[in-house]
Write a protein that binds this ligand. Structure first.
Ligand code: GRF
Length: 219
């Protein structure tokens, strides 16, 4: 089986990267991680990747005069490692249209809200402040506009009366770790393809694959 060669871009602790790596460890999974690249000062994610036997690289954006030279270095390194497809997993740098268009339809992201609600940072604080009853997470293809792009899978997570940003974040994170590997599996196996601004799914892909809807946690 030809496995899709994936590069994972992180900035921090890399728990989503770890979830992807664990899925890729199964020999029948249709993708493999060939490089984990971090721009961050937090070494946690890279140490985790090394512990899993994955090639890693640290490219700090501080070492470059501007965004585009940093991104050129990223693409050079990713392509040198044979990367065909990028998973952004907590990569905390805005990417220019030039980088995004180079990797168009070959780059996905995970965001901790039900997009298109709560794009950007501080999603959980904003969800609580807005008083929504349901939040969640989204895996989507990347477009030049921040947190936009064809949606692959979403997980709905109930907001509980006594939630804090941290408690909501940790319940959503559990679902992130579930839907990110599943989205990668659907794409790498050819069951999900991006067609313009929408996804197209093979008939065998059902709602159970695309909308994960956990019941409220019991006290
Ligand atoms: C996750 O909440 C992800 O949705 C967001 O950044 C966070 C990264 O966490 N984009 P981790 O580094 O994967 O643990």
């Amino acid at each position: 089986m030809d496995r899709l060669k994936v590069g994972v871009l992180i900035s921090g602790r890399g728990s989503n990267m770890t979830a992807l790596a664990k899925a890729c460890a199964a020999t029948d999974f249709p993708a493999e991680i060939v490089l984990v690249l971090s721009n961050g000062a937090d070494p946690g994610g890279l140490e985790r990747a090394e512990g899993l036997g994955i090639a890693t690289e640290l490219i700090s954006h501080h070492g470059f005069p501007n965004r585009s030279s940093f991104e050129i270095a990223l693409t050079e390194r990713l392509e040198a490692a044979g990367v065909e497809f990028i998973c952004l997993a907590g990569f905390m740098r805005l990417l220019t249209a030039s980088f995004v268009n180079h990797w168009r339809d070959r780059m996905i992201n995970i965001h901790p809200s039900l997009l298109p609600a709560f794009k950007g940072l501080h999603t959980h604080e904003r969800a609580l402040k807005a008083g929504v009853r349901i939040s969640g997470c989204t895996v989507h293809f990347v477009r030049p506009e921040m947190d936009e792009g064809p949606i692959i899978i979403q997980a709905a997570v109930p907001v509980l009366a006594d939630d804090t940003p941290n408690s909501l974040a940790s319940r959503i994170l559990v679902q992130e770790h579930r839907i990110y590997p599943e989205a990668l599996r659907l794409i790498a196996s050819g069951a999900a393809t991006v067609m313009g601004e929408r996804m197209r799914f093979r008939a065998a892909v059902g709602n159970d694959n695309l909308l994960v809807n956990p019941v409220p946690a019991q006290p």
